[in-house]
Design a protein around this ligand. Sequence first.
Ligand code: ATR
Length: 273
Amino acid sequence: MENKSRRAAVLGHPISHSLSPRLHHYWLKQYHLEGSYEAIETQPSKLAHTLNALEREGYAGVNLTVPLKETVLSLLDKVDPAARRIGAVNTVIFTEGRRVGYNTDAYGFRENLRHPGPGKAVILGAGGAARSIITALLEDGYDQIVLCNRTFEKAQMLAREFACGAVAWEHRAEVLAGCSLLVNSTSLGMQGQPPLEISLEKLPSTAVVTDIVYSPLETDLLKAARAKGNRVVDGLGMLLYQGQKAFELFFGLLPEVSAELRKEILSRQGDSA
Ligand code: ATR
């Protein structure tokens, strides 16, 4: 890649709490790359305008947070097939006058989890995050994916689209029988949100449990699973690995996700809360 300073940014509304600038700055410094990565507050109605401006200014690309991940779809020249399937784009690259959309969330989920199928996976939740997780699990060879969501119709709709199963929220404890993976993709258990109430009695001891919530890092779900002896994977890694792939798209180098990086991001997490 050419040896010139590249610029990237994360757009969202709100965006001030985003950890992405810290993440990308850490890597820019680690690899002695010239470049920048900033957070730009962007309302959905201003997205087209902001993209035009940044493209004109020669930015390499942008990351997007909710709700812009879906808004952006109509503003792109090309959408990577995986992002199309997920129905959301979290990374846009400006290349030779074209805007190409990618989704690095599914990659982030897989790299963080490193627990491929086959097997039965239970996903709690049926929102935007669930879509990238289903895509990741299908790629990873899970042959039975069951969605369990408070609003049953949403679980059913997703289940139809991705050929998964759907189970009512009241049955979330029973559906754990025989599963090899349990994922919380809801916002329950996050700081300031209601707790996730679920009995893990039926969860096999061999099952891995993961949460997309990373604040707190060890959610009550992970704490309970760990106490039972299950392997647990926290959600911070998904954030770091989606950033790893985005960094490669922006700056041309796949950076390392190290224990030191995790420590650095965690030590700063309190500042932004
Ligand atoms: P994201 O894009 O991060 O997935 P989302 O689309 O708003 O965000 O989805 C949030 C998920 O958390 C949904 O599955 C939501 O359930 P509903 O579809 O029934 O809204 C789930 N969720 C949020 N608050 C909840 C609560 N109090 N109890 C159960 N599920 C909840």
